[in-house]
Design a protein around this ligand. Structure first.
Ligand code: AP5
Ligand code: ZN
Length: 212
């Protein structure tokens, strides 16, 4: 099954994509994580991407489409994949359609902006493996230490309140039109992501058809 997770920054795409990835045993492909890793390694495109990410803007379509093409050509994507954070613009969605890949469903995780602002302030991410936590809703077992790899958890640079406002504006302007795009293709399913993480997971698994 090939799925897209769509939603505002901090809506919970990554959190739910991980749950579905485990349930269906298909990889979760987060363009945000790939870009952050490239920025950390100081690659040429990583450094270009970093400036846009830190400002709450989008990285250029060319860079992201190139990254995605390479990633979905890898072996582990043969039986399906979950796109977490791609496409984010109409040109990216068109590029995906032109790759001749059948998308089965587009899951939109819907959360009001006010909830997002509050939620993102509590997010912590692992500086080693990129795993995502929340100080209140999904805490690590030991404070400040990643459950998965033992490295330190930190606040993402683009989670500062001013940057979050810019990311939300970018979302409404550039990404929200994709709801219409996929509605017209009959693929859009909206999940209300305002409930607790476990409740949202149940709704998401139902939307994907894993749970009744
Ligand atoms: P990316 O990393 O994709 O960031 P984002 O879309 O802004 O999404 P987030 O990772 O912030 O949030 P999420 O929806 O995954 O939420 P999460 O599950 O973590 O992209 C970063 C940047 O990279 C972009 O700004 C852009 O510059 C660039 N980029 C990436 N892809 C691109 C593309 N295709 N084109 C161009 N540029 C691109 O949850 C958030 C927090 O809330 C967590 O702490 C979580 O534990 C908690 N939480 C989750 N669900 C719940 C719940 N139900 N109740 C309570 N808390 C919850
Ligand atoms: Zn980790």
């Amino acid at each position: 099954m090939n799925l897209i997770f769509l939603g505002a920054p901090g809506a919970g795409k990554g959190t739910q994509a991980e749950v579905v990835s485990d349930a269906l045993n298909i990889p979760q492909i987060s363009t945000g994580n790939i870009l952050r890793e490239a920025a950390k390694n100081g690659t040429e495109y990583g450094l270009k991407a970093k400036a846009a990410m830190d400002a709450g803007a989008l990285v250029s379509d060319d860079i992201v489409i190139g990254i995605l093409k390479e990633r979905i050509a890898e072996d582990d994507c043969k039986n399906g994949f979950i796109l977490d954070g791609f496409p984010r613009t109409v040109p990216q969605a068109e590029a995906l359609d032109n790759m001749n890949i059948r998308i089965d469903k587009v899951i939109e995780i819907h959360v009001p902006d006010e909830t997002i602002k509050q939620r993102v302030s509590g997010r912590r991410v692992c500086q080693g493996c990129g795993a995502s936590y929340h100080i209140e809703y999904k805490p690590t077992k030991v404070e400040g230490i990643c459950d998965k790899c033992g490295d330190k958890t930190i606040v993402r640079k683009d989670d500062q309140p001013e940057v979050v406002l810019d990311r939300l504006a970018t979302y409404h302007e550039k990404t929200a039109p994709l709801k219409d795009y996929y509605e017209k293709q009959g693929k859009l399913v909206t999940v209300i992501g305002q409930e607790e993480v476990a409740d949202t997971s149940k709704l998401t698994l139902q939307a994907v058809g894993v749970e009744k």
